[in-house]
Design a protein around this ligand. Structure first.
Ligand SMILES: [Fe+2]
Ligand SMILES: [Fe+2]
Length: 273
């Protein structure tokens, strides 16, 4: 069962298993490697703390279906940790032989919905586990889009019958960059499908905002997180942290902020900090 406050797994956590177990309710593992490497990295945590699996490279918005070997690696990892769900990004990062290390938002069209829903339905069947989709950052909206981002996400989730991994920081950055009210997005998505949150610190460079996953979550992102916890039944908050981190202690400050929000809106059954 995954509920409470979790953290994205990092190799820095190895050797700090006891501390991690004391402070988090679950871990999120980003799937990038073959099974033997996953076992070596995650070994001490498997069976000790619930783990959800976050996929990075299926490119569900591409016309071409995800490569079988990638789906198989994801399935092996999800089976290894008995993940209650698997998440992937609502985006594409591959076209034919070309692939980039980033997530590109889709055009908000019926054609894109049909493509991504087809891949999700097939993936669900192969994995035999629920799928969550994550909203990604974007700095423009494709010409020809006929839906808002929130309406597009609603249609995909309902047609594919899957959940939303709502990245609150991404929502905040998109609202600032594109220029929309985050509450209009939140009012468009199906609230009962919000099953997991991502929150992280972000950075600003030359007037551009980046979801850089640094420490120090913006108070406006925390306020949006409170709104979501107050207005949905979502029961899992995840902190993403990719920089400024040498050990698990570095994430404790953000963890405490998120736990305070969690405990305000849900039963405080989580470990004491
Ligand atoms: Fe992600
Ligand atoms: Fe995220």
């Amino acid at each position: 069962m995954v509920k409470g406050v979790g953290v994205g797994f990092r190799l820095d956590f190895v050797g700090q298993e006891e501390l991690v177990r004391q402070h988090v309710d679950f871990l999120e593992y980003s799937q990038k490697r073959a099974l033997e490497a996953v076992k070596a990295e995650l070994g001490p945590f498997i069976g000790q703390v619930p783990i959800v699996v976050h996929s990075l490279n299926l490119s569900l918005g591409s016309i071409e279906a995800p490569a079988d070997y990638r789906v198989e690696a994801l399935k092996q990892t999800a089976d290894l940790v008995d993940a209650p769900w698997v998440s992937e990004h609502l985006s594409y990062s591959r076209s034919g032989d070309m692939e980039i290390d980033n997530f590109i938002a889709l055009p908000y069209t019926d054609e894109a919905i049909d493509v991504v829903v087809g891949h999700i339905v097939a993936l669900k069947q192969t994995l035999g586990r629920p799928i969550l989709l994550e909203n990604v950052t974007h700095s423009f909206v494709w010409p020809g889009s006929v839906y808002t981002e929130g309406e597009f996400i609603r249609r995909v989730l309902e047609k594919a019958d899957c959940g939303l991994l709502l990245d609150v920081t991404n929502l905040f950055l998109n609202a600032e960059t594109i220029g929309y009210d985050p509450l209009s997005f939140l009012n468009a998505i199906p609230r009962d499908r919000v099953l997991q949150l991502h929150v992280a610190g972000h950075t600003e460079q030359n007037g551009e905002l980046y979801d850089s996953h640094v420490g120090g979550i913006d108070p406006k992102v925390l306020a949006l997180t409170e709104w979501v916890m107050n207005n949905t039944s979502c029961d899992a908050i995840t902190i993403e942290r990719d920089t400024d981190m040498e050990s698990f202690e570095d994430v404790l400050q953000d963890l405490n902020l998120c736990r305070a929000i969690y405990n305000k809106y849900r039963n405080a059954s989580a470990p004491a900090v």
